[in-house]
Design a protein around this ligand. Structure first.
Ligand SMILES: [Cu+2]
Length: 177
C-alpha cells in the first residue's frame, strides 16, 4: 500500500464511521437517513444481476446510486459455491471506476468501521457468501460518473478457481428498493 492510498483509506474510514445507534454504517454518511436500510440489509433488490460461472451461482448483484459529490460507491453480490472445491473472490475491476476494493464492516468498540479485505474473499465449497450492507461490499473508487438509478455498472469478478466473469450490476436508488 503506498502512502497516498493509506491516507485515503484513513480518511474514508474516519468520514464513514457511524455510531452504533445510528443507521448501520454504509459507505456514505448520507445513507444514514435511509429508512429501508435495516430491513433490506440482507435482501438484494428485485432486478439484481445473476450469473453462473463454473460451480459458482452468482446472484443479487447491484450497486447503490451515488449522491452528487459522493466520492465512492458501494456494490453488493451473493456467491454460492455449488462445487466441492474451495474458491476465492480475488479481485474486482470496473471500467466505471479507477479501482474497486473489497471491504468489510467491523466493530471497533462501539463504532462500525469498514476496512479493506486483503487477499480476497474465501468462497468455501458448499458455502454461500453474501456481500451485503452490513457485512462486506465492493467499494468503487475514482468513479468517473456517479452511479445513477436505472443505469448499470459493469464489473469483472475474478476468482481463484472459477476464472473471471463480466457482469452488469443495476444501479439502485439510495432512497430504497
Ligand atoms: Cu468500503
Amino acid at each position: 500500500m503506498n502512502r497516498n492510498h493509506a491516507a485515503a483509506l484513513l480518511i474514508s474510514i474516519g468520514a464513514f464511521s457511524l455510531p452504533l445507534n445510528g443507521a448501520m454504517a454504509e459507505d456514505s454518511g448520507a445513507m444514514k437517513a435511509m429508512p429501508g436500510m435495516h430491513m433490506d440489509a440482507g435482501a438484494a433488490p428485485s432486478g439484481s444481476a445473476a450469473a453462473k460461472l463454473g460451480d459458482l451461482d452468482i446472484s443479487g448483484g447491484y450497486v447503490r446510486a451515488m449522491l452528487p459529490g459522493q466520492p465512492v460507491g458501494g456494490g453488493y453480490i451473493t456467491i454460492h459455491n455449488t462445487g466441492k472445491t474451495d474458491d476465492k473472490l480475488t479481485s474486482v475491476t470496473s471500467s466505471s471506476a479507477g479501482k474497486v476494493e473489497l471491504h468489510e464492516m467491523k466493530m471497533d468498540g462501539e463504532i462500525m468501521k469498514m476496512r479493506e479485505i486483503k487477499g480476497g474473499i474465501a468462497i468455501p465449497a458448499g458455502a454461500t457468501v453474501m456481500l451485503s450492507p452490513n457485512t462486506m461490499h465492493m467499494m468503487f473508487k475514482q468513479v468517473k460518473t456517479p452511479f445513477k438509478q436505472g443505469g448499470t455498472v459493469p464489473v469483472m469478478l475474478m476468482f481463484d478457481k472459477a476464472g473471471m466473469i463480466d457482469i452488469n450490476l443495476p444501479v439502485v436508488s439510495v432512497k430504497g428498493n
